[in-house]
Ligand binder design. Structure first.
Ligand code: VG1
Ligand code: CO
Length: 544
């Protein structure tokens, strides 16, 4: 077996977005498309000769083929060892955990997260650094720059596939391929963070959970941990077998795509708690009996109760949230006397704060929560922290959230997505808003006083790097907010996200319906951005 060099030409648009490079499977299937991007990753890294790479994905269509290509290229480029999940399976948080535990040089994750999978749907690839987190912008920019000038890539001349279904080690052109159990290291870490004995007691007292893995990667993790280690009744994990097309659904844990779960929790015989995760296992949705917990509230509740779990018993150093995430977590940080950080959208912006020990818990409104235990958001981790809190407090999910609102006030919050827009129209909305910014500050919109309006820019407090144009914010003097940004994870047209938030201190107002409470801000948001005339849409496609 020997190393060969193949000539290639650049593809335009190999630019990583919010979370890696995401394209249609058919784009990735073009000759050299994947190879070019992988070589561009390797070309932008230094000093990995003989070192370890972690490799796995969410099991979607094209996962196995991509793994074989990457194994040959990793060998030809000089890696010493690749740890690959059995069957090519590794969740995003598990990759992060394994990189850190085994002190790997980095990792490659194959996933398009919550986007649908299958021959006509999406695939994705992402590089994670040695701290375990997504490559920061300077690395993703370097990868993109390399991809635009690439002329050759290195691989092996022998294309016989490596057996990734049997645990053990195999030599591949002088590099060791180690096929590992995808769940073991992750489950061990969870056992250190949470009071498993207390959670076992909770389950043996009759508490029931329904965990919907949505035919995506968390099935094996949830079965081993919830049903195996913690004693949840068999069958608690549903849709637990990862399928290449996720059973035809969107593996996106929200009220629209996890409707089965929402219905099960509203039924008369509902379990005590429902939870779902996404394609690659980094997102989570939490629901109680007939009661939906917004991701922003979930972050705030977890932060306020984190010390009930052994891994966080010493308290939190700080709480970080992405800018569009509601300000509920800031109130908890204030009460705890710890700093609150506001970062751009995307988990990569939390990495430095976590590495520097400035933040312990992080979260995004997009169903992402995590902590310093790894450098990715972590769906099952959030479910386990909720279970740990429930095991200690022995109250319902709903009672815990309502008590939280009574103590801290309630941040009514909703996100309206307009998916599949014409890209030009969506960019037109953003350009129009940018142009209106100077006149918005100090103005009155539908009876609401605008305090400031800006285009969010972030200076990383650790390394000083600056990220601009991270979303248009209209901040009202009563603390309400409207935020607009374009998605950086889609593969078709453009998605406009509109985030709306209003704070209510008075418990008498907490029982109101969210869309109704936010109604006037929602119409202001639509009018200011001229959404209807510019996009031709009179309603969002997804509301969370
Ligand atoms: C979305 C979310 C963002 C999240 C990202 C990756 O990005 O809004 O909060 O970090 O997906 O999540 P965007 O640019 O489409 O708004 V995942 O679960 O795809 O790794
Ligand atoms: Co994800």
């Amino acid at each position: 077996m020997s190393v060969i060099t193949r000539k290639t030409l650049p593809f335009s648009g190999q630019k990583p977005g919010t979370s890696g490079l995401r394209k249609k499977v058919t784009v990735f299937q073009q000759a050299n498309y994947l190879e070019n991007f992988v070589q561009s990753i390797f070309d932008s890294l230094e000093g990995f000769a003989g070192k370890t790479l972690v490799l796995g994905g969410d099991g979607r269509f094209f996962n196995r083929e991509a793994i074989q290509v990457i194994l040959r290229m990793a060998s030809a480029n000089g890696f010493g060892r690749v740890l690959v999940g059995q069957g090519g399976i590794l969740s995003t948080p598990a990759v992060s955990c394994i990189i850190r535990k085994h002190k790997a040089f980095g990792g490659i994750i194959l996933s398009a997260s919550h986007n649908p999978g299958g021959p006509k749907d999406d695939f994705g690839i992402k590089y994670n650094i040695s701290a375990g987190g997504p490559a920061p912008e300077k690395v993703t920019e370097a990868i993109y720059a390399k991809s635009q000038v690439i002329s050759e890539y290195r691989t092996l001349d022998d294309e016989r596939p490596v057996d990734i279904d049997r645990l053990g080690t195999i030599d591949l052109g002088g590099m060791t391929v180690e096929v590992i159990d995808p769940v073991a290291d992750y489950a061990e870490l969870m056992g250190k963070l949470f009071d498993f004995a207390a959670i076992r007691d909770l389950f043996s007292s009759g508490f029931r959970i329904r965990f919907d893995a949505m035919h995506a990667v968390t099935g094996p993790y949830a079965k081993t941990i919830l049903e195996g280690l913690l004693g949840a009744v068999p069958g608690s994990v549903v849709h637990g077998i990862p399928l290449p097309d996720f059973g035809g659904g969107h593996p996106d844990p929200n009220l629209v795509h996890a409707h089965d779960l929402v219905a099960a929790l509203a039924a008369p015989d509902a379990p005590d708690m429902g939870a779902a995760s996404d394609g690659d296992g980094d997102r989570n949705m939490i629901i109680g009996r007939g009661f939906y917990v917004t991701p922003s509230d979930s972050l705030a509740v977890l932060a306020a109760n984190a010390t009930l779990a052994p891994g966080y018993a010493k308290g939190l150093a700080g709480i970080a949230r992405s800018m569009p995430t509601s300000q509920a977590a800031d109130r908890v940080a204030e009460a705890l006397g710890v700093p609150a950080y506001e970062t751009p959208t995307g988990w990569k912006f939390f990495g430095n704060l976590l590495d520097a020990g400035r933040a312990t818990l992080c979260g995004e409104e997009s169903f992402g929560t995590g902590s310093n235990h790894v450098r990715e958001k972590d769906g099952l981790w959030a479910v386990l922290l909720w279970l740990n809190i429930l095991a200690k407090r022995r109250q319902s999910v709903e009672a815990i959230v309502r008590e939280h609102w009574t103590r801290f006030g309630r941040n009514f919050y909703s996100r309206h997505d307009y998916e599949g827009l014409d890209s030009k129209a969506a960019e037109g909305v953003m350009a129009h808003l940018r142009q209106r910014l100077p006149t918005l500050a100090g103005s009155q919109l539908g009876g609401h006083q605008v305090a400031t309006a800006d285009d969010f820019a972030y200076t990383d407090p650790v390394d000083g790097s600056v990220s601009t144009q991270q979303g248009i914010r209209i901040l009202f003097s009563d603390g309400s907010r409207i935020v607009y940004r374009l998605s950086g994870t889609g593969t078709e047209g453009a998605t406009l996200r509109v985030y709306i938030e209003r704070f209510e201190a008075d418990p008498a107002g907490h029982a109101r319906d969210t869309q109704e409470t936010l109604g006037d801000l929602i119409s202001i948001a639509r009018d200011v951005a001229e959404i209807v005339p510019r996009t031709g849409r009179d309603a969002p496609t997804v509301i969370t």
